[in-house]
Ligand binder design. Structure first.
Ligand SMILES: [Zn+2]
Length: 311
């Protein structure tokens, strides 16, 4: 058995996972304010111990998915928690002495999908998560591809030169258009341009009530402005996916995040049509299967638990 820990932007989650990837027990708590890494390590160890409960003696290793960059047992940097060069493995082991493996959270989600989700049985998988940004992870023959440590930052490939500024410093990054936040921004812009749109009725004109599903909902009810937004969104999403498919030609490309729950005919089918038509393999050869990720919010914990198996 393995323990997996997911350090998310809002929640901490620890889970006990068996050899087949089944999540046996979980512990979850809000991240809250983290001022001291030592304190965070102690909390994580406590949660892991609680998730393992009477099975602690069977646990072979602990994996930890971190929203940022890691190197060996060190958290190099995280984007939402103020931590830099933190020796997390050592800190954690002072509370719970088990082998510790650190990984990037998007990589862990990809590893979870590879072993027991959308990529089960395949040899190569790319997983993207459409959220605030776009996370990306790549698994080839059971191994995460990390490059020098930060490979898979798929959200920061430029799809619109000179486009919307991105916090990474460039303009026109994919995640400014094809993430849930990007879709939200484009929906809001469509509302401003179309005061007659149904989008106003659905949201009551409130930004807080606007989410990644709003445009799809209005489009289904026949709203022209919303249809145009969905069309644009799907083109951007498919453009980035086609780039990834051309670069890596994986067996499976799994799409996760809230938006991936949209109806098949509204999202996956049109995306697939564009990718199949535009990818280089359209000239012959095997096609990448573009599918919905299957593990949802559990992918991170399950994948983190499997870090010990893949190294
Ligand atoms: Zn960027």
């Amino acid at each position: 058995m393995y323990l997996g820990i997911d350090i998310g932007g809002t929640n901490l989650k620890a889970g006990l996972v068996d050899e087949s990837g089944t999540l046996l027990r979980t512990r979850k708590e809000p991240l809250g304010r983290v001022s001291d890494p030592e304190e965070l390590a102690a909390r994580l160890a406590g949660m892991a111990r609680a998730a393992a409960a009477e099975d602690l003696a069977q646990v072979q290793s602990v994996g930890m998915g971190v929203p940022g960059a890691v190197e060996g047992g060190t958290i190099v940097y995280t984007c939402n928690i103020p931590m830099k060069n933190i020796p997390m493995e050592r800190m954690f082991r002072s509370h719970l002495d088990l082998p510790v493996h650190l990984g990037n959270d998007a990589d862990c989600a990809a590893l979870g999908e590879y072993h027991c989700g959308a990529g089960k049985g395949c040899r190569s998988l790319v997983a993207i998560t459409l959220g605030t940004g776009i996370g990306g992870g790549m698994v080839f023959d059971g191994k995460i591809y990390e490059g020098l440590g930060m490979a898979g930052e798929v959200g920061h490939m430029v799809v619109e030169p000179g486009g919307v500024p991105c916090p990474c410093g460039r303009r026109g990054c994919w995640e400014q258009y094809a993430s849930a936040s990007g879709l939200r921004r484009m929906t809001w812009e469509a509302m401003e341009a179309h005061p007659e749109s149904l989008l106003w009725t659905i949201t009551g004109g409130k930004w807080e009530r606007l989410n990644g599903g709003t445009a799809f909902k209005a489009a289904r009810r026949g709203d022209e402005a919303a249809r145009a937004v969905c069309g644009t969104y799907i083109r951007y999403l498919a453009q980035g996916i086609t780039n990834l498919v051309n670069l890596l030609h994986p067996e499976v490309l799994a799409i996760g995040g809230g938006i991936s729950n949209e109806r098949e005919e509204s999202l996956l089918r049109p995306v697939r049509e564009i990718v199949d038509r535009e990818c280089y393999a359209s000239h012959g050869g095997r096609k990448t299967r573009v599918v919905k990720a299957l593990l949802g919010n559990d992918a991170g914990v399950i994948g983190a638990a499997f870090l010990g198996r893949s190294r």
